[in-house]
Design a protein around this ligand. Structure first.
Ligand SMILES: Nc1nc2c(c(=O)[nH]1)N[C@H]1C(S)=C(S)[C@@H](COP(=O)(O)O)O[C@H]1N2
Ligand SMILES: [Mo]
Length: 560
């Protein structure tokens, strides 16, 4: 049989291979399918690259004892040289992970571009992808889900996200935009400059001198604004860059007790802000790539936040020295803001007038309106994400799971709200969000200003079959969550905070008939799952069947 169909025609028609679908141009009298974007031959202008110079001399380690640290911000020429190298060649496309199937591997995504870019620029960056992965294997729990191998992005599996109210360091999620610098404690210092009266340099010993700076200990939840992004991806794909858009589940949130000092004290010691400075810009020693340009990881927070003692310089995490992967030896922790502001591997703080114009602040972490996307978004259409709204998630059971229960489904999860608001009430629904049960407050972990609350609850559920369990939280300001993912979907796939929904298959053993039937299964040695496997094991005898029809109306009605 001759056919003009492609072998995967049906999948394409059904939207299961969206990347293969041509764009339809309907502006003329007839629909015109536009050709799918294909990537031609890779090009590389060796001469232009060679003319830039020797990477080993150009892109050197900035400071002794700071492995992997290339400083870009003070060297426009160096930035231009790296840009020249990156624009003198093309790179293969990233694997598609939003319109096609997500790979069933761990690491899920390799970070193809980012490895290639590091290798292409060379110098101190050459070994970073491999070194960083070695740090992951050394410092993180073997059960971590590696969403992206490089830059490393990883979260704990659902069963471990809320296993403890305080997240063990090895299980705390990690979100990196570049490699992991390895910094010697003794060689460490950072500079506080910009619009402060007396710019100064600080070593770790200065910070730890309690006669100068009072210690601060605080338990803080850090949440990435990408948490739960997978729900948005599975609904509609958005911008698809591997690093900015890592397909997080519910684990890009973690809670730890940090020890350090308040940043406000440093600014005070430097004589305070001058010339109308209103923001503090933080510099991380890692290298970030954006649009063929290289830079360090830079973001800023307003002075008002620092003034309130809500920005900390931290060197200890859960009673241990800050792990390399979390910013050793010194990181910023901003209470109640998205994780992006809590800069790791700090090497500079600069007092400035306007919020940072660096890409992570001004081009990433923007919350766009729903109707703005690929062809039409302006950066100024996006709200710079700062405090996360109230959110919650169910960690157990999992979607598509079969649950045999005694009329109550055992559920576990977390609830969190940004900006110093805390979860006040958590509710669960077993009917898609129509009726809600309040989780008793004794089933919620301790209430704190800057942390999540983990919870457990036996959710009453009488019905059997597919059941949609929904979770929502009311925070201390009585904010709650949007009803559906669609309600808050956005092109940048940020801030997925709609009610968390899972579908489970309910088997209610508190019903006598179900109990008896399950006993029959057991006796016959027949496993209950998978539930889609047809069962040649009738639940009704033919005698029963005939008896029913004798006692009831026939199938069809008489026309009289
Ligand atoms: N220097 C630097 N700091 C950084 C990042 C980074 O890539 N580089 N990522 C930020 C983001 S987006 C988040 S969510 C948090 C995550 O902190 P963690 O990796 O310690 O969990 O770190 C922030 N600080
Ligand atoms: Mo983040």
């Amino acid at each position: 049989m001759k056919t003009t169909n492609r072998p995967d025609e049906w999948k394409i028609e059904q939207g299961l291979a969206g990347a293969e679908l041509p764009v339809l141009d309907m502006t003329g009298p007839k629909n015109v399918p536009l050709t799918i974007q294909t990537f031609g031959q890779l090009t590389k202008n060796e001469e232009a690259i060679k003319a830039v110079g020797d990477p080993e001399k150009l892109f050197t380690r900035e400071r002794e004892g700071w492995v992997g640290f290339v400083e870009w911000e003070n060297y426009p020429d160096k930035k231009a040289a790296a840009h020249k190298i990156l624009t003198s060649q093309t790179f293969p496309p990233n694997p598609e992970f939003q319109l096609g199937p997500i790979p069933g591997t761990n690491p899920v995504l390799p970070g193809t571009h980012w490895k290639m870019w590091h290798h292409a620029v060379g110098g101190e960056l050459t070994k970073i992808p491999e070194d960083s992965w070695a740090t992951v294997l050394k410092e993180k729990h073997p059960d971590m889900l590696h969403l992206l191998q490089f830059p490393y992005n990883g979260e704990p599996p659902k069963r471990l996200v809320t296993a403890k109210e305080i997240t063990p360091n090895s299980l705390h999620f990690v979100r990196n935009h570049g490699g992991i610098p390895l910094i010697d404690y003794d060689k460490f210092s950072f500079i506080m400059d910009g619009l402060v009266k007396n710019p100064r340099e600080y070593k770790m010993d200065d910070l730890m001198d309690e006669s100068r700076f009072p210690r601060m200990e605080k338990t803080v939840t850090i949440q990435c604004s990408g948490t739960r992004r997978i729900e948005q991806i599975l609904l509609y794909p958005g911008q698809g860059d591997e690093v900015p858009q890592a397909p997080w589940a519910e684990g890009a949130i973690g809670t730890a007790t940090y020890v350090g000092i308040s940043l406000k004290k440093i600014i005070k010691e430097c004589g305070g802000l001058i010339d109308g400075a209103k923001h503090l810009e933080f510099y991380g020693a890692d290298t970030y790539f954006k649009d063929d340009k290289v830079m360090n990881y830079l973001v800023s927070v307003p002075w008002s936040k620092v003034k309130a003692n809500e920005v900390m310089l931290a060197w200890e995490m859960n009673g241990e020295v800050l792990p390399a992967i979390h910013g050793y030896p010194l990181r910023i922790v901003v209470f109640g803001y998205i994780g992006a502001r809590s800069v790791k591997w700090l090497y500079r703080i600069k007092a400035i007038k306007e919020p940072s114009r660096a890409p992570v602040q001004s081009q990433e972490y923007l919350y766009f309106p729903q109707q703005v996307g690929k062809h039409n978004f302006k950066l100024t259409d996006g709200i710079q994400i700062q405090e996360m709204p109230v959110s919650s998630a169910i960690m157990s059971p999992w979607t598509k799971q079969v649950c045999i229960h005694n009329g109550k489904i055992r559920c576990k999860g977390w609830a969190y709200s940004g900006g110093g608001r805390w979860p006040e009430r958590v509710e669960l629904s077993a009917d898609g969000g129509f009726n809600w049960y309040t989780i008793p407050i004794d089933n919620l972990s301790k209430k704190r200003k800057w942390t999540w609350r983990t919870w457990e609850y036996e959710l009453p559920c009488d019905v059997e079959g597919w059941v949609e369990i929904v979770c929502r939280c009311w925070d201390s300001a009585l904010n709650t969550q949007p009803t559906f993912t669609r309600t808050a979907w956005n092109w940048g796939l940020h801030v997925t905070h709609s009610c968390h929904r899972i579908s489970i298959y309910s088997v209610n053993k508190s019903r006598k008939a179900t109990q008896d039937r399950l006993a029959e299964f057991e006796e016959a040695g027949i496993p209950f799952g998978p539930i889609t496997v047809p069962l040649a094991f009738p639940s009704q005898t033919w005698d029963d069947y005939e008896k029913f029809w004798k006692e009831h109306d026939p199938r069809d009605a008489e026309d009289d």
